[in-house]
Design a binder for this molecule. Structure first.
Ligand SMILES: Nc1ncnc2c1ncn2[C@@H]1O[C@H](COP(=O)(O)OP(=O)(O)OP(=O)(O)O)[C@@H](O)[C@H]1O
Ligand SMILES: [Mg+2]
Length: 253
């Protein structure tokens, strides 16, 4: 395994993170690191603990022992909301509130949240011209500007997935975490999602779980392989593809 030296470049680290659900041990000791600017994919078989890992990092779950470090700070005891404020954002599932709004309203609400102005009602938002401009720009980056005034729940599924990413980006994450952003999309739509992510500023670090190896090998610059409660390898896509051990545990097809 490639040893990553401790450095100020590390955005995320887990140190000896141990996790179990009752008697089911998910991670014995997970030591993982992520550098600033990486487009980092997590791959591995079903049930390997990929989603659990993201939940531990974002605070939805608490590890039994060990630590989660974000930008050099121990965040293990912070709530999910506190971690969002610190700059760690996972994609939202479109919820019932947002389904009844249009994408522009949803993004403006997320921007108001970020600016600590969530108490303003949408009626007063008209005065916040710069926020509306920023919301339209974000929608434009993800090809949703023409859908700004459409009913969210009436949007095609692919556009709803793009909107989830836009809502996360509205919070200006330093680290964006995506759990299978292309799930349920066509091959072409999956590539569109990743092509748009590829255009984000380099300082936005992206950690994504993905089963589609074409997407992983096209867009990741580091790939981590999870299997049987352990990090098997964290390396360049090329080295991961060549690794006999990885082929054995996952890419055997
Ligand atoms: N809340 C929970 N309570 C009990 N067991 C859980 C819980 N969440 C996940 N598990 C179990 O933990 C293991 C890891 O699940 P997880 O969802 O993290 O896997 P995954 O790698 O994301 O899989 P997939 O590729 O199918 O999404 C599985 O055996 C799962 O059944
Ligand atoms: Mg999962």
């Amino acid at each position: 395994m490639t040893q990553m030296p401790a450095s100020a470049d590390l955005v995320l680290e887990t140190r000896d993170m141990h996790m179990a659900f009752g008697g089911l041990v998910i991670f014995e000791r997970m030591n993982f690191s992520l550098r600033r600017g990486e487009r980092h994919a997590i791959i591995g078989p079903n049930g390997a603990g990929k989603t659990t890992f993201v939940s531990l990092v974002t605070g939805l779950l608490k590890p039994k022992s060990g630590a989660v470090m974000f930008e050099g700070r121990d965040v293990t005891r912070l709530s999910p909301q506190e971690r969002v404020k610190a700059g760690m954002v996972r994609t939202f599932q479109i919820n019932s509130l947002f389904r009844a709004l249009n994408p522009l309203e949803s993004v403006v609400l997320a921007l108001l949240e970020r600016e600590g102005k969530a108490h303003l009602s949408l009626r007063h938002v008209a005065a916040e011209k710069s926020l509306i401009g920023e919301a339209m720009e974000l929608l434009h980056q993800f090809g949703l500007d023409r859908d700004a005034y459409a009913l969210t729940e009436a949007l095609p599924y692919g556009k709803q997935r793009l909107l989830e990413i836009v809502l996360a980006l509205a919070l200006r994450p330093k680290l964006l975490l995506l759990d299978e952003p292309a799930a349920g999309l066509s091959t072409q739509q999956g590539h569109e999602v990743f092509a748009r992510l590829a255009h984000l500023p380099q300082e936005t670090t992206i950690l994504f779980i993905e089963h589609d190896m074409n997407l992983v090998f096209s867009y990741a610059d580091v790939v981590s392989v999870f299997a049987a409660g352990a990090l098997v390898l964290s390396d360049t896509p090329e080295n991961v593809r060549k690794s006999p051990r990885v082929r054995e545990v996952y890419l055997g097809n």
